[in-house]
Design a protein around this ligand. Structure first.
Ligand code: BTN
Length: 251
Protein backbone atom coordinates (compact mmCIF):
# COMPACT_ATOMS: atom_id res chain seq x y z
CA UNK A 1 0.00 0.00 0.00
CA UNK A 2 1.37 3.43 -0.99
CA UNK A 3 1.36 5.78 2.02
CA UNK A 4 1.85 9.55 2.21
CA UNK A 5 3.89 10.87 5.16
CA UNK A 6 3.08 14.56 5.43
CA UNK A 7 4.88 17.47 7.10
CA UNK A 8 3.22 20.89 7.20
CA UNK A 9 5.16 24.17 7.07
CA UNK A 10 3.99 27.80 7.09
CA UNK A 11 5.92 28.96 4.06
CA UNK A 12 8.05 27.47 1.29
CA UNK A 13 9.42 28.70 -1.99
CA UNK A 14 7.63 25.71 -3.47
CA UNK A 15 6.61 22.49 -1.72
CA UNK A 16 8.20 20.67 -4.66
CA UNK A 17 11.54 22.26 -3.65
CA UNK A 18 11.13 20.78 -0.16
CA UNK A 19 10.52 17.33 -1.64
CA UNK A 20 13.54 17.67 -3.94
CA UNK A 21 15.78 18.56 -0.98
CA UNK A 22 14.36 15.70 1.08
CA UNK A 23 15.06 13.27 -1.76
CA UNK A 24 18.69 14.35 -1.89
CA UNK A 25 18.85 13.58 1.84
CA UNK A 26 17.46 10.07 1.24
CA UNK A 27 13.70 10.56 1.74
CA UNK A 28 11.50 7.59 0.86
CA UNK A 29 8.59 7.34 -1.57
CA UNK A 30 5.53 8.98 -0.01
CA UNK A 31 7.44 11.79 1.73
CA UNK A 32 5.19 14.86 1.43
CA UNK A 33 5.07 18.55 2.32
CA UNK A 34 2.20 20.98 2.57
CA UNK A 35 2.81 24.74 2.85
CA UNK A 36 0.29 27.36 3.94
CA UNK A 37 1.70 29.62 1.25
CA UNK A 38 4.43 29.51 -1.39
CA UNK A 39 6.69 32.39 -2.40
CA UNK A 40 7.74 30.89 -5.75
CA UNK A 41 4.93 28.51 -6.67
CA UNK A 42 5.45 26.91 -10.06
CA UNK A 43 2.94 25.84 -12.66
CA UNK A 44 3.38 23.78 -15.80
CA UNK A 45 5.46 25.09 -18.71
CA UNK A 46 7.48 27.37 -16.41
CA UNK A 47 4.46 29.40 -15.43
CA UNK A 48 3.96 31.02 -12.05
CA UNK A 49 1.38 29.48 -9.65
CA UNK A 50 -0.15 32.12 -7.40
CA UNK A 51 0.05 30.77 -3.86
CA UNK A 52 -1.68 32.99 -1.26
CA UNK A 53 -2.75 31.57 2.13
CA UNK A 54 -6.05 29.64 2.18
CA UNK A 55 -5.43 27.24 -0.72
CA UNK A 56 -3.87 23.81 -0.68
CA UNK A 57 -0.25 23.41 -1.81
CA UNK A 58 1.16 19.95 -1.45
CA UNK A 59 3.96 17.91 -3.05
CA UNK A 60 5.12 14.35 -2.53
CA UNK A 61 7.78 11.97 -3.73
CA UNK A 62 6.84 8.87 -5.68
CA UNK A 63 9.30 6.18 -6.69
CA UNK A 64 7.05 4.27 -9.08
CA UNK A 65 7.02 0.53 -8.95
CA UNK A 66 6.21 0.45 -12.66
CA UNK A 67 8.64 0.76 -15.59
CA UNK A 68 9.41 4.29 -16.78
CA UNK A 69 7.78 3.48 -20.12
CA UNK A 70 4.46 3.30 -18.24
CA UNK A 71 4.74 6.63 -16.43
CA UNK A 72 3.09 8.80 -19.10
CA UNK A 73 -0.53 8.31 -17.92
CA UNK A 74 0.41 8.96 -14.29
CA UNK A 75 -0.81 12.55 -14.63
CA UNK A 76 -4.25 11.26 -15.64
CA UNK A 77 -4.29 8.90 -12.66
CA UNK A 78 -3.44 11.77 -10.30
CA UNK A 79 -6.09 14.05 -11.76
CA UNK A 80 -8.61 11.29 -11.19
CA UNK A 81 -7.63 11.09 -7.51
CA UNK A 82 -8.17 14.86 -7.29
CA UNK A 83 -11.55 14.56 -8.99
CA UNK A 84 -12.62 11.82 -6.56
CA UNK A 85 -11.61 13.97 -3.57
CA UNK A 86 -13.63 16.90 -4.99
CA UNK A 87 -16.61 14.64 -5.61
CA UNK A 88 -16.85 13.95 -1.86
CA UNK A 89 -17.82 17.64 -1.53
CA UNK A 90 -19.60 18.61 -4.73
CA UNK A 91 -21.91 16.91 -7.22
CA UNK A 92 -19.82 14.58 -9.36
CA UNK A 93 -21.29 15.83 -12.66
CA UNK A 94 -19.66 19.24 -12.08
CA UNK A 95 -16.12 17.85 -11.96
CA UNK A 96 -14.33 17.31 -15.26
CA UNK A 97 -10.82 16.43 -16.36
CA UNK A 98 -9.00 18.39 -19.06
CA UNK A 99 -6.29 16.32 -20.71
CA UNK A 100 -3.67 15.73 -19.50
CA UNK A 101 -4.08 16.77 -15.87
CA UNK A 102 -6.20 19.84 -15.17
CA UNK A 103 -9.24 19.55 -12.97
CA UNK A 104 -12.24 21.72 -13.86
CA UNK A 105 -15.42 22.44 -11.96
CA UNK A 106 -18.26 24.04 -13.94
CA UNK A 107 -15.77 24.46 -16.84
CA UNK A 108 -13.33 26.47 -14.69
CA UNK A 109 -9.92 25.40 -13.44
CA UNK A 110 -9.88 24.54 -9.72
CA UNK A 111 -6.63 22.60 -9.41
CA UNK A 112 -3.34 21.93 -11.16
CA UNK A 113 -0.77 19.17 -11.04
CA UNK A 114 2.95 19.52 -11.74
CA UNK A 115 5.11 16.44 -12.37
CA UNK A 116 8.88 16.69 -12.29
CA UNK A 117 10.94 13.58 -12.99
CA UNK A 118 14.13 13.22 -10.91
CA UNK A 119 16.01 10.05 -11.83
CA UNK A 120 13.93 7.05 -10.75
CA UNK A 121 11.41 9.24 -8.91
CA UNK A 122 8.69 11.77 -9.66
CA UNK A 123 8.02 14.89 -7.61
CA UNK A 124 4.30 15.44 -7.73
CA UNK A 125 2.96 18.89 -6.82
CA UNK A 126 -0.71 19.69 -6.45
CA UNK A 127 -2.39 23.04 -5.99
CA UNK A 128 -6.10 23.32 -5.22
CA UNK A 129 -8.02 26.60 -5.05
CA UNK A 130 -9.91 26.39 -1.78
CA UNK A 131 -10.37 30.02 -0.64
CA UNK A 132 -8.77 32.02 -3.44
CA UNK A 133 -9.13 31.72 -7.20
CA UNK A 134 -6.87 33.74 -9.51
CA UNK A 135 -8.90 35.49 -12.23
CA UNK A 136 -7.38 33.41 -14.94
CA UNK A 137 -5.06 30.40 -14.93
CA UNK A 138 -3.45 29.37 -18.22
CA UNK A 139 -6.02 31.32 -20.18
CA UNK A 140 -8.89 29.54 -18.40
CA UNK A 141 -11.25 31.11 -15.92
CA UNK A 142 -10.66 29.63 -12.48
CA UNK A 143 -12.87 28.82 -9.54
CA UNK A 144 -12.57 27.91 -5.83
CA UNK A 145 -14.02 25.21 -3.63
CA UNK A 146 -15.24 27.71 -1.00
CA UNK A 147 -18.01 28.78 -3.41
CA UNK A 148 -19.43 25.26 -3.36
CA UNK A 149 -18.59 23.70 -0.01
CA UNK A 150 -17.71 24.69 3.57
CA UNK A 151 -14.69 22.39 3.57
CA UNK A 152 -11.36 23.87 4.69
CA UNK A 153 -7.96 23.25 3.15
CA UNK A 154 -6.76 20.77 5.80
CA UNK A 155 -9.93 18.67 5.72
CA UNK A 156 -9.84 18.59 1.94
CA UNK A 157 -6.15 17.64 2.13
CA UNK A 158 -7.06 14.60 4.26
CA UNK A 159 -9.61 13.49 1.65
CA UNK A 160 -7.09 14.04 -1.13
CA UNK A 161 -4.37 12.08 0.66
CA UNK A 162 -6.77 9.13 1.11
CA UNK A 163 -7.75 9.22 -2.59
CA UNK A 164 -4.10 9.47 -3.67
CA UNK A 165 -3.03 6.54 -1.50
CA UNK A 166 -5.79 4.34 -2.91
CA UNK A 167 -5.31 5.44 -6.52
CA UNK A 168 -1.52 5.20 -6.59
CA UNK A 169 -1.62 1.78 -4.92
CA UNK A 170 -3.93 0.55 -7.69
CA UNK A 171 -1.74 2.10 -10.41
CA UNK A 172 1.42 0.51 -8.96
CA UNK A 173 -0.30 -2.88 -8.97
CA UNK A 174 -2.34 -2.75 -12.19
CA UNK A 175 -1.14 0.12 -14.37
CA UNK A 176 -3.49 2.47 -16.24
CA UNK A 177 -6.13 -0.07 -17.38
CA UNK A 178 -8.51 0.35 -14.37
CA UNK A 179 -8.44 4.14 -14.87
CA UNK A 180 -9.27 4.36 -18.56
CA UNK A 181 -13.06 4.29 -18.20
CA UNK A 182 -13.28 6.48 -15.04
CA UNK A 183 -11.04 9.12 -16.68
CA UNK A 184 -12.97 9.12 -19.93
CA UNK A 185 -16.28 9.33 -18.05
CA UNK A 186 -15.14 12.69 -16.65
CA UNK A 187 -13.38 13.94 -19.81
CA UNK A 188 -14.03 17.60 -20.57
CA UNK A 189 -14.83 18.46 -24.22
CA UNK A 190 -15.30 14.85 -25.29
CA UNK A 191 -16.39 14.76 -28.96
CA UNK A 192 -16.19 18.54 -29.10
CA UNK A 193 -13.94 20.84 -31.18
CA UNK A 194 -10.79 21.96 -29.39
CA UNK A 195 -7.57 23.80 -30.05
CA UNK A 196 -4.48 22.01 -28.87
CA UNK A 197 -0.85 23.04 -28.53
CA UNK A 198 1.64 20.18 -28.76
CA UNK A 199 5.16 20.03 -27.25
CA UNK A 200 6.64 21.82 -30.28
CA UNK A 201 4.13 24.65 -29.60
CA UNK A 202 2.41 23.72 -32.83
CA UNK A 203 -1.26 24.61 -32.82
CA UNK A 204 -3.59 21.85 -33.85
CA UNK A 205 -7.33 21.72 -33.88
CA UNK A 206 -9.87 19.00 -34.23
CA UNK A 207 -12.45 16.98 -32.37
CA UNK A 208 -11.32 15.50 -29.04
CA UNK A 209 -12.05 11.78 -29.32
CA UNK A 210 -11.04 10.74 -25.83
CA UNK A 211 -7.96 8.77 -24.82
CA UNK A 212 -6.20 5.61 -25.95
CA UNK A 213 -5.76 2.55 -23.71
CA UNK A 214 -2.53 4.10 -22.42
CA UNK A 215 -3.87 7.58 -21.86
CA UNK A 216 -2.80 9.42 -25.01
CA UNK A 217 -5.09 12.07 -26.48
CA UNK A 218 -7.01 11.22 -29.66
CA UNK A 219 -7.56 14.26 -31.88
CA UNK A 220 -9.60 13.91 -35.05
CA UNK A 221 -8.44 16.46 -37.60
CA UNK A 222 -10.48 18.03 -40.41
CA UNK A 223 -9.09 15.49 -42.91
CA UNK A 224 -10.85 12.78 -40.88
CA UNK A 225 -7.60 11.25 -39.60
CA UNK A 226 -7.10 10.76 -35.87
CA UNK A 227 -3.73 11.66 -34.33
CA UNK A 228 -2.59 10.36 -30.96
CA UNK A 229 -0.74 12.96 -28.91
CA UNK A 230 1.47 12.31 -25.91
CA UNK A 231 2.26 15.81 -24.67
CA UNK A 232 0.85 19.29 -24.91
CA UNK A 233 -2.35 20.88 -23.72
CA UNK A 234 -5.79 22.02 -24.70
CA UNK A 235 -5.49 25.78 -25.16
CA UNK A 236 -9.02 26.62 -26.13
CA UNK A 237 -12.20 25.56 -27.75
CA UNK A 238 -12.40 26.00 -31.46
CA UNK A 239 -14.80 28.81 -32.15
CA UNK A 240 -14.64 30.13 -28.58
CA UNK A 241 -12.98 33.28 -27.31
CA UNK A 242 -9.56 32.94 -25.64
CA UNK A 243 -10.03 32.72 -21.90
CA UNK A 244 -12.07 29.57 -22.03
CA UNK A 245 -15.61 30.79 -22.62
CA UNK A 246 -16.85 27.28 -22.97
CA UNK A 247 -20.40 28.31 -23.71
CA UNK A 248 -19.45 30.15 -26.88
CA UNK A 249 -18.90 27.18 -29.15
CA UNK A 250 -19.73 27.97 -32.73
CA UNK A 251 -19.26 24.53 -34.25
C1 BTN B 1 -0.44 23.81 -13.29
O1 BTN B 1 0.21 24.63 -13.95
O2 BTN B 1 -1.62 23.57 -13.56
C2 BTN B 1 0.22 23.04 -12.18
C3 BTN B 1 0.21 23.81 -10.89
C4 BTN B 1 0.85 23.05 -9.74
C5 BTN B 1 0.89 23.87 -8.48
C6 BTN B 1 1.40 23.08 -7.31
S1 BTN B 1 1.15 23.89 -5.76
C7 BTN B 1 2.12 22.72 -4.95
C8 BTN B 1 3.31 22.46 -5.87
N1 BTN B 1 4.33 23.46 -5.67
C9 BTN B 1 4.53 24.20 -6.75
O3 BTN B 1 5.37 25.13 -6.84
N2 BTN B 1 3.72 23.82 -7.73
C10 BTN B 1 2.87 22.71 -7.32
Amino acid sequence: MFRIKLSVVDEATSTSDLVREARVSGAVSGTAFQARRQTQGRGRHGRNWQSPPGNLYMSFLLTPKRAKSEWAPLSLVLSLALAEALETHIESGRVQLKWPNDVLVDDKKIAGILLEVEGDAVIIGMGVNILVAPDVADGWASTRLADMSQVEADDFRDDLVACLEKTITTWQQQGFAPFHAPWQKRAAFLNRPIRFEDVGAQNLSGIFRGITEDGMMRLEESNGKTRTLTAGEVVGLRGAHPGGDTHALSD
